[in-house]
Design a protein around this ligand. Structure first.
Ligand code: DLL
Length: 429
């Protein structure tokens, strides 16, 4: 793999500024953002008043913990445009979550917001090793989902040539990678595996492709998966994180030179980690739920938003800004199996460590006799001995996670393929 480390003089100065400089900027911006939300969004005024707190009470960054949280429920209650802080006519773009688990969450952007979003995504793409003039194959979905258009905005801001292929039509994805020879690919890790299968199906060698870096996010994935993808394509694999409510992709990004967690673009998004049960902030380094406050957003300011994503904060390395560890999972995706907490990423790690199994999997939950049961559905690699592999995976899960599961290994191609975010859990209870 080529060294793709970006030259220091191409970074935004704030990426490598001193912590004091970053904190001073955050404090100024935080005061602005709290006031902006309070004055222009009835929900925030009511919530701050009810908590007996006013934006002027914030004199230090640590005062933020006195302000109330915002939850997905609050956004739903204000559907569709109730959380907007500017007149609708100043909103230049709207995105929305798919709403598969309820009413969709609607977010909006002013012209300035789009510019800032483009800049943080450009920063992220540069951190992955892309430079102006490079060719990018953007396979995140275009539409109301923020992935496709969010990455596109950043690619434009960085000066890349973008192939806006979106998700799906996998044979065509492979064909265009072969014909156009992009340097980078932006795609969910699970869909990257579908693209990989297609390479093999067509008898093409993915390692011989032009791809030098893949920028993977929108769903949890493990370091074991990173190794698998890097080896399969002979390219770097880096992690990009974000969520619609905070801006979209580009909230944090892993640097290609260190691959040690994701630097949060702290000049725009202020992170906290809280204990999900008590709501109390925990120290940097401790695991908990990630909470974000926007510092510059005009159309849709968001104050102390509970992401439900579990991770921890770490000091900066390749950049001055703090890192978040790879997300373990969402608290919603945590399975409690006979008292043991399990995340799909833990199953992924065990699967990737078991020879003879392909990286595709689903977890099926049933309750045959008032006891929860988990079945891991996976596939044999071509020519693998599936009985041995099944036994090996079940035993690895028992040893490392401490739960007994059934493992069903089926023929290659039998697990439903993702075209975007993978569905990991099928709950039949
Ligand atoms: O998935 C934004 C995005 C698009 C990020 C493309 C990266 C690349 P939403 O659809 O609002 O936005 O979903 C946000 O997806 O709260 C996490 O649970 C999960 N997620 C996003 N990125 C990662 C990641 C986009 N790198 C939700 N690792 C978030 C783990 C991620 N989970």
């Amino acid at each position: 793999m080529k060294d793709l480390t970006p030259a220091k003089d191409t970074l935004d100065p704030i990426e490598i500024a001193s912590r004091d400089e970053i904190a001073a900027l955050q404090l100024d911006r935080l005061k602005w953002s709290l006031n902006h939300a309070y004055q222009n969004v009835p929900h925030y005024k009511a919530a701050f008043d009810a908590a007996g707190i006013h934006p002027d009470d914030l004199t230090a960054l640590s005062d933020l913990s006195k302000f109330p949280f915002t939850t997905k429920q609050d956004l739903r209650a204000n559907y569709p445009f109730g959380m907007f802080a500017v007149p609708r006519t100043d909103v230049k773009r709207i995105h929305a979550s798919s709403g598969t688990t309820g009413q969709p969450t609607v977010v909006g952007y002013t012209e300035n917001d789009l510019k800032n979003w483009g800049n943080v995504v450009a920063r992220s793409l540069r951190a992955a090793g892309l430079q102006p003039g490079d060719l990018l194959h953007n396979a995140y979905g275009y539409g109301l989902f923020t992935g496709g258009l969010g990455i596109h905005l950043g690619a434009d801001a960085l000066g890349l040539t973008t192939i806006p292929i979106s998700g799906g039509m996998t044979p065509r994805q492979v064909r265009l990678i072969e014909d156009f020879k992009p340097k980078g690919i932006t795609v969910t890790p699970s869909y990257a595996l579908s693209v990989l299968d297609e390479f093999n199906e067509q008898g093409l060698d993915p390692r011989a492709s032009s791809l030098e870096v893949g920028i993977f996010g929108a769903e949890p994935w493990t370091n074991a998966m990173r190794t698998e993808i890097e080896q399969a394509f002979d390219m770097h694999a880096v992690d990009i994180y974000g969520l619609s409510e905070v801006i979209g992709p580009g909230v944090s990004m892993e640097c290609v030179e260190t691959k040690d967690g994701l630097h949060i673009w702290e000049d725009h998004f202020f992170p906290e980690i809280i204990d999900p049960n008590t709501g109390q902030p925990v120290e940097d380094g401790e695991m908990g739920e990630l909470v974000f406050t926007s510092l510059t957003k005009e159309a849709f300011p968001i104050i102390r938003y509970r992401t439900r994503d579990l991770t921890r904060l770490l000091p900066g390395t390749a950049r001055s800004m703090r890192r978040m560890e790879k997300v373990t999972g969402r608290s919603d995706d945590m399975i409690i199996l006979r008292g043991v907490n399990v995340f799909p990423t833990q199953i992924e790690e065990c699967l990737m460590a078991t020879p003879g199994l392909a990286p595709h999997f689903q977890i099926e939950l049933t309750k045959p006799d008032r006891m929860d049961q988990m079945r891991v559905l996976c596939e044999a690699t071509n020519g693998g001995d599936s009985t041995d592999a099944a036994r090996a995976l079940a035993s690895r899960i028992k040893q490392t996670i401490g739960i007994s599961v059934k493992v069903d290994v089926s023929d290659p191609g039998s697990i439903e393929r993702s075209q975007g975010k993978a569905v990991r859990i099928v709950d039949k209870r």
